[in-house]
Design a protein around this ligand. Sequence first.
Ligand SMILES: Nc1ncnc2c1ncn2[C@@H]1O[C@H](COP(=O)(O)OP(=O)(O)OP(=O)(O)O)[C@@H](O)[C@H]1O
Ligand SMILES: [Mg+2]
Length: 484
Amino acid sequence: MKLIYQNMLSFLLIIVTTISIIGYSEIGYARNQAYTQNYQRMESYANSLGNLAEADSQNGTALLSNNFLNQLEYVLRGDDAHLRIFNDKNEQIYPKTKARIQLSQEVFTTLKNGQEIRIQNNHNENSPISSTKDAYTGVLVPWMNGKNLVGIVWIGSRVKHVERPILMAKRNLLRALLITVAVGLLLSFIISYYSTKRIKRLSRATQKVASGNFNVQIEHKDSDEIDQLAENFNKMVQALKQSNEEVKAQEERRDQFMADAAHEMRTPLTTINGILEGLQYDAIPEDSKPKSIALMQRETKRLIRLVNENLDYEKIRNNQIMLVKTNFNATIILHDLKSQLKQNAAKANDELVVEAPDQLPIYADRDRFTQVMVNLVQNAIQFTHDGKIIISGKRIEHGTQLSVKDNGIGMSKNQTKYIFERFFKADPSRARMGTGESGLGLAIVSSLIKQHGGKIEVFSAPGKGSTFTVTFYDKGYEQFVAKN
Ligand SMILES: Nc1ncnc2c1ncn2[C@@H]1O[C@H](COP(=O)(O)OP(=O)(O)OP(=O)(O)O)[C@@H](O)[C@H]1O
Ligand SMILES: [Mg+2]
């Protein structure tokens, strides 16, 4: 069943139940009220008659003259009431018809004790309203003179006078029920329509999201649960949009990586292929052959290095390499590094300086730390000519900080953003200037440092030089180890 009909049905059920409960108690009250009024009316007739009878007995006349009672009965009949009078011996003295009755002994004793009796729905044959099956009310009132019974009056009335207000109440109730149901149905339709409209809107928005449109946002106030649902829906769509963009970006990066890797390999392979073809067709002069073979060897080595570095990078990225972290003196490594790379620096006419205390404790994997520093110093040499490269180290709180500062060509802010990405070269035409040329060095450095729980920062300005600063933290103070 549609939600709107469900809502309307529940509205309807509530209305009908409420009206029925109210109606039931209202009719009960009206009936009670009508009976009570009827009794009171007849009791007051009986009491007035009693007073008259008392006056008569004091005057010495017989109990109310027959003529007076006939006239009274006539008046009462207009009110649909009937009258019987008994004397103190339980003899019916009015009306003086042949079909006189006697009250049961039990009833008579109660009356004799001065108590009134109310009769309701007396259908027996002795009823003063003959053989009717209608409901009936009557009162039996004793006339007392002190403690002595003087007579008894029985006034009875057809119940239709009692039932009439009840019937009226029923009719009114039915009318109220019909009107309330009509108004209720209309109102419930409007309310249900309004709320189902909001749900339908949510449903339409969900369909859009399901079909890949993440630019859906639902307007909402802050009033009820559906608004909360809409708010959460908006948040969900935002999150989906972000992760979708992330997935797309990852796909793009993967495509870019494949293209870059193919490009990186194509150059040495083309060179090797060219030389091989030259050798095959004897197109290379004899004296150039050793040079060509040496070039082929260099290119092959470059390819091997490229593949190895890529594998290394993937391993680091996937946390497949095991770091063997120990405490050692970093200064020793820095000096080793200087003597190792001195020649390279001299080729570029660079001065290489180590500025570090004799004792510089560091907590890291010794080989990987060396790898990081070699990469940074090689880069500095690669991009600095006729300059000065300072390798410095110092202790900071809970860690050791090392920096490699050069006064070479530097980079723009935009370039520094991407240098840690694989295959990135700020200026591809410079790639063959020095030692490094694959664009993998910094990607490996940054992954290694991340896996150490350390950090790397770069400050650079074009034409002025660059400073790379790496921080290795002491045991127990490493930062969050990221997985990428
Ligand atoms: N000290 C530096 N001064 C100026 N540019 C730098 C410096 N270090 C890195 N770069 C820039 O960042 C890029 C990426 O460096 P990275 O070490 O990752 O690659 P690479 O040196 O080109 O190749 P390799 O994989 O052989 O190291 C470099 O190509 C260069 O443009
Ligand atoms: Mg490099």
